[in-house]
Design a protein around this ligand. Sequence first.
Ligand code: G3P
Length: 220
Amino acid sequence: MKFFIDTADVDEIRGLAPSGFLDGVTTNPSLVSQTGRDFREVLEEICGLVSGPVSAEVTATDPAGMLAEAETLAAVADNIVIKVPLTWDGLAACRQLADRGIGVNVTLCFSAAQALLAAKAGASFVSPFVGRLDDIGQSGMELIADIRTIYDNYPALATEILVASIRHPMHVVEAARLGAEVCTIPPAVLKRLAGHPLTDKGLEAFLADWSKTGQSILEG
Ligand code: G3P
C-alpha cells in the first residue's frame, strides 16, 4: 500500500520526508487555505521534496475552467496530479485530461456508482472520503469494499483506490485489509500508526534492566 500525506504544510512534509514513508501528497483548497500561502509556490516546494504524485485541486466547476486551471497546475512539476470533483463536469474534465496523458485524482467520492464513473472517465485515482461517510452514520469502509469488488470485476479499469478523509489508524489498517492501493493520511495519524502502549512499556522495562548491567554497547 502506498502512503500519501494529506497536507499542504510544507514544513510537515519536509519533516516527514526522511521517514521514507511518503509515496505522494494530496492537497485540497481547505488545506491550502490553512497555510495562508500562495498555492503555486506551495506546490513547487512540495514537488521539490516528494518525487511521487502530488495532487493539486482545481477550483473552477465548469469543464473549460477546470481544464484551464489544470494546465496551469500541471505546469508546476511533472509529478502534479490534477484533482477534480466527482461531478458530471468534473468527470468530463477528467476524460479530457486523461486523454492528454495527465494524471487525475477524482475527489469527493461518496458512492460506488461515482467510483465506477471515475474509473470509466480514465482517472488515475479515485478518492472516497471514508471519515465523512462515518460522520453521517454510513460506513466508509463498506464503500471501499464495494469499490474494490467492482474494480476487481473489470481488470481493464486502471484506477487506484485512494482512501481519503482518514481520521485514525484503523482506517488505514482496514483500507489495507481491503486492498486499497493508497491511503492519504494526515501527518498526526501517520505518526500514530507507529505507536502502541505495550511498545512504550516494553521499551521502558528493557532500558531499566539494561541500566542495571552498567554496560554500554559502544564502549564494550
Ligand atoms: O483528502 C481529503 C481529506 O483531506 C478530507 O479529510 O478530514 O476533511 O474529511 P476530512
